[in-house]
Design a protein around this ligand. Structure first.
Ligand SMILES: [Zn+2]
Length: 228
């Protein structure tokens, strides 16, 4: 089942809604845009009631190209943060499109409200330029760098029907508990190297430290199809 956030349930990976690209919203004075603006407010409320830093509309069962992003937490875990981690004031995006991507890519840990309890490493562009329409109907354009750029790419992927488990480095997801207990002190590259070694040397069963699941396995968990 999805993570409960007030009245709205966040859908979990395996739900077909998350695998389907969302549709663009017609911008203007019509009912469709007004309805989208209401959806923006619902998404913002759900995001703020969750542990997440971004939320795409299809994660709460609305198949529209809308995402909200906000990260106001002060991060203290600098060991894992190669660069660019900073706060991200609320951004509400309708029809976001990434129009430019930096050549430089960074691998870093990510979680997702639709994949509760698991983390994975995902390669992202260090910076991206995004164009969108805000809730006031204005056309926006901005370059995001570092952590905010990662959040934007994560949400735009959702709107395209892509979740992080499909992009996980080495296809591996780590349990949140295991990560905090055993892996937190290590750099992303060290962790990835060790995960790879575990797999290559057939040590999976010998180590209790990795909860390893693949995207396909997760999609087969029947409970995660549950929608309220
Ligand atoms: Zn997500």
């Amino acid at each position: 089942m999805g993570e409960k956030t007030g009245r709205t349930t966040v859908l979990c990976v395996g739900n077909p809604m998350l695998a389907r690209p969302t549709r663009k919203v017609a911008i203007g004075n019509g009912d469709e845009f007004r309805s989208a603006v209401r959806d923006v407010e619902v998404l913002t409320e759900v995001l703020r009631g969750s542990r997440g830093v971004g939320l795409a509309a299809n994660q709460v069962g609305i198949s529209k190209s809308i995402a909200v992003l906000e990260d106001l937490t002060v991060r203290d875990d600098e060991r894992l943060l190669d660069k660019g981690l900073e706060t991200l004031p609320l951004v509400q995006m309708i029809n976001p499109v990434i129009t430019n991507r930096s050549a430089e890519v960074i691998v870093h840990m990510e979680g997702c409200l639709s994949i509760p309890g698991l983390y994975c490493f995902v390669e992202r562009h260090d910076s991206v330029t995004v164009e969108w329409t805000n809730a006031g109907g204005e056309k926006m354009r901005k370059e995001f760098r570092g952590w905010p750029a990662r959040i934007v790419q994560h949400e735009v992927d959702h709107l395209d029907g892509i979740v992080i488990s499909q992009k996980a480095v080495k296809g591996i997801l780590i349990g949140e508990y295991e990560y905090r207990e055993f892996w937190r002190e290590m750099s992303p590259m060290e962790i990835i190297k060790q995960l790879g070694a575990d797999r290559e040397e057939g040590l999976r069963s010998a180590t209790p430290r990795v909860v390893e699941r693949t995207h396909t396995e997760m999609c087969q968990v029947a409970d995660w199809f549950t929608v309220e």
